[in-house]
Design a binder for this molecule. Sequence first.
Ligand code: NAD
Ligand code: UDP
Length: 686
Amino acid sequence: MKLKLFVPGRLCLFGEHTDWAGKYRSMNADIVPGASIVTGIEQGIYAEVEKSTIFEMTSEASEIKDVWQDFSCQMEEQELKGIARSGSFFSYCAGVASYMLEWYKVGGVKITLHSMTLPMKSGLSSSAAICVLVARAFNQLYHLNLNTMGEMNIAYLGELRTSSRCGRLDQACAFGVKPNLMTFDGEEVEVKTLKLGGTFYWVFADLCAEKNTIKILRDLNKGFPFASNEMEEREQRALGELNQKIINRAVEYLERGDAENLGKLMVEAQQLFDFNVAPMCPEELTSPKLHETLNDPVLQRMTYGGKGVGSQGDGSIQFLAKDQECQAKVIEYMNSRGMKAYALTLQPETGMGQYQQNATQGKINLGYQYSKGTKTMKRILVTGGAGFIGSHLCERLVNEGHDVICLDNFYTGSKENVWHLLGRPNFEIVRHDVCQPYWAEVDEIYNLACPASPIHYQHDPIQTTKTSVFGAYYMLGLARRTKCKILQSSTSEVYGDPAVHPQPESYWGNVNTIGIRSCYDEGKRCAETMFFDYHRQHGVRIKVIRIFNTYGPRMAQHDGRVVSNFIMQALRGEDITIYGDGKQTRSFQYVSDLVEGMIRMMESGDDFTGPVNIGNPGEFTMLELAEKVIEFTGSKSKIVFEPLPQDDPKMRRPDITLAKEKLDWEPKVKLDEGLKKTIEYFKTTL
Ligand code: NAD
Ligand code: UDP
């Protein structure tokens, strides 16, 4: 068995040095516990791991080819410990492997690095990421059932077995790209995932200057466990009591989504450090490059604040940008001045918070199934991945570290929809028509390929039916051969013009077999039939969702759907065209809610096949929708009435009882909020 793993680097936002300081509480109870806020970043290590008789590490990662030499040794305790102590390039990995052998009597592993997007020696803990990777490889290949905290502990102890002196916060990368509050009380470490109240546009950068971390740590440790002069007392107070106050405020601002005050707090934290801690090691902590950059007026204009990173010194720097545009400009500016800058966008979670929190607090043992840093990387095929919904799904899966193949013939989708993903090492795009067989080794398939808006699917109705039916047939064949899970994006159209309202999954529908919508409706119904027959006849692991009207950024401008039509008409000051009397109803869900529902469905147990409705039960008439669009765009457009198309359903609203019960899912984004975001998107396309 081969597994794909991704482990990100980590960035300490607040509270650096308090991990080791808090550890001294086991010797001096007067020391205040340490606390820091740490997040995984988007850059990290991508690797494939498999069992072996020995311990081997190889690399195909182009980023590190100049420093890398393959390594292997026997799975033998003394040999591994010797390599760990030798201080060589692989000492960390050997340290972790030695613990795994000592405690769990495991066999060997082979780890092949595919890509290393994490800059090394830049305060982002690439060594800790490697240690977590090794711990996770053993854990998953030998089914040790360690949760994230367990992997983190072994990574820490493994690194300690070397000459390196890492802190406890370094392994926070194990928890993925989300901020965690870590507390350090003697030997005890606690981790709690923070819930964000807004989006934060961080930038961090390698200053590309010199610093000596070993000296910083050696000098700062002199003040512990017992301070012997005023300077040492000040250091202890700064890393204890004063730090605790900063952390409390940082948590409050993060949870409130208050970027402005958080930025100011970064400046305050840096001043506190410079005044109280830096005097312990002025040679390294006066850090001229760091301060010159923090004081750069151009950067100050575009950010709410900034501070040092990690052990501080002239290593790395971080800023909180005012918005996304400023974030991009800060990066460009820093890069043009010889630094290496990266974006880190921290966003509120959509629904996974509870799982993540449980996993991080060690209450359940399944941490690796849920979050980016703690999830097994899967190879996932998304057909129709360059379309509106597909592109959002690909983005989410890529961000979670999965290896994503986006298959599309660009009939209604476009490369622009996934442009931003094209440089990512775990994303590839394949031009292919699903009406032809396609072969690939995959773990999951999301089958979305099919034109979805009435004008698109009615443009070439024969092709529409073929895409639904042949597409389902070939993808089911692939799922059967690879034994992977397959999710079908079916539609509320299978209910036709419904006689039951709202529509539960048990309702069989009211569909015209020969009308102009039938190519889509009946194509999707036939695909559902085939899914269930493949399940019954061949045991294919199927998942069928029925999607209700979905909207959001990247809807095609001219797809004729009501949301895109109304918004474009309003923004251009054209008449808003209501078909019929405008009293027909629809329920509109925002695309991020749908993507969350799709992923939850895919991750549910094999015994739950669906079909399950995924939609927003809020029901609106087209007249109400038009009025909202006019209000939110401030448009002067008038409403005009045009004939209702044939077979246009009079009402539609999902009954989502089943999704709530089986997937613990319900939509979060209200129509007003989603419409405003979508309007902002369409403004950029004008
Ligand atoms: P979309 O038109 O934006 O995306 C469909 C994608 O499939 C496009 O990228 C298109 O190029 C691709 N495609 C079409 N035919 C193909 C073929 N033969 N081979 C390969 N690729 C092909 O539509 P969307 O709104 O993103 O819908 C995605 C899926 O969700 C569809 O299956 C649709 O039926 C379903 N759905 C959407 C909605 C909605 O409101 N958007 C509602 C119910 C169901
Ligand atoms: N509609 C409308 N004006 C438009 C486009 C659509 O009144 O410019 C109506 C359409 O007749 C239907 C509803 O809006 O009743 C939703 O149409 P859409 O094509 O978005 O989706 P579907 O009919 O597939 O639900």
